[in-house]
Design a protein around this ligand. Sequence first.
Ligand code: NAP
Length: 524
Amino acid sequence: MITLQSYLKGAFVAGDATGHATLVNPATEEPVAVTSTKGLDLPGALDYARTVGGPTLRAMTFAERGAVLEGMSKALHQVRDALIEASVINAGTTRSDSKFDIDGATGTLAYYAALGKKLGSAKFLVDGPGEQLTRSARFFGRHVKLPRRGVAVHINAFNFPAWGLAEKAAVAILAGVPVVSKPATSTALATFRLVERLHEAKVLPEGALQLVCGSAGNLLEHLGAQDVLAFTGGSNTARIMRSLDAAIARNVRVNIEADSLNSAVLGPDVEPGSELWQMFVRDVVRETTQKTGQKCTATRRIFAPRERLDELQEELTSRLGELKYGDPSNDEVRMGPLATAQQLADAREGVAALLASGARLVQGNAQDADPIGVPKGRGYFIQPLLLRADAPHEAHLVHEREVFAPCATLMGYASVDDATALVAKGEGTLVSSVYSDDRAALDALVLGIAPFTGRLLIGSTKVADQAISPGMVLPSCVHGGPGRAGGGEELGGERGLDFYSQRTALQGDRAVLDKLVPGAESAS
Ligand code: NAP
């Protein structure tokens, strides 16, 4: 069995064995690795980032930081197969689902590498045009965005062991802020392998990236006023992050990506069997079952005109019923197990809660599974599940409780306004999608839903064969959402750098400012 190590102060170090947590293969329940952070100097890692990594990165231009990210992307791509293998055996993801995570990581690093090249020789950003502040043209104001002088601590969820680290680290490193990244313990094998590779490839500037492989220990107690904390995970843990002393007493900047009851809305004009109908069905099936539904952007609520509900149910149940699930290393299999025994228990409890709240099961059974290539009863398997709620305004929990599994609820709406009201009952999503060719319906749906979501995919016949699936997070568009989704925002190209930067208004002699802020003239 492998003992995972943390990567602190430029070296791999193992925690005390008395603190070992065991990582398992969720398809077989066999242990694959142990890890511990007990006894490790985590506050020392924060200091190392602040005193070594920060100055190193801030001395670099955006183009140079971009070159670091390019090196990281290439180094990881070279070991793609080994990372896929680690994901299959520890996260229970099929090869295709593992690629989604790993290619997402290298792609996001490459995107931010290209952005660094574009930002060029500057070391910080100038924000917007300058402002004349008094009657005199001489007294002037400019906004600048400088890298914060602290460390970025990243706490990630179990479902994206590679992309989770990369999507946050790419933005922080480009902004000039060093990173301490902590993956979820249960699926940390691929993250450990990834950092091992970056170390071996010698692509990391000293102190730019450290890894805490296991429990966070006392890491978060030592955050200071220039540090930032970016968290992805469940809403209960998010509450702990928000109430940290560092956040309350020292105003450490905190970004939260949490639960989300994402919606897909079939427009009133979409005919069964049409190209747009097929696009909707394809997206819903993929977004319910990819990564066994363990995606923060997975579709949880499906809305269709009431009169279309039975036909849609028939098509979805048939597609979900055919899906082959089982041993993720088997090529025939399209869906692996849930990641841990706890996730399976939570999913079953969640489904029971939705049923008690007024939904009924129309496809699958949460208590029983017959996976391909695995003895019955072994592994954390669950069937693809479709629920239906015929009184969607009354079935409160279908809008409130995220079942982190291949599980979604089908609901009918009476009018476009009713559809937007139902989407809004989720109190904030990471992503929602609407499908229609009717301009009036789209206007109402898009403008009604957009304030309740961080991203909105608009499906129409003209883009049916080109559009990406709504669950795919692109580095160029923001990821995050209001309310229940955490109220945070990541990525979005250059926008993502704001979290790691201090925006400061400089006021003074325009000639002095023009010298201090090279290139600012072009922003005015
Ligand atoms: P989780 O239990 O909240 O854990 C998330 C991370 O927080 C893990 O690294 C965990 O470490 C750490 N953690 C837990 N308690 C902590 C504490 N007291 N102090 C410091 N760190 C702590 O969530 P999960 O089970 O990994 O992920 C599932 C949830 O994440 C789902 O609800 C899903 O919606 C959400 N999610 C959201 C997004 C998004 O982008 N919005 C993306 C993915 C997942 P250990 O593993 O060591 O306990």
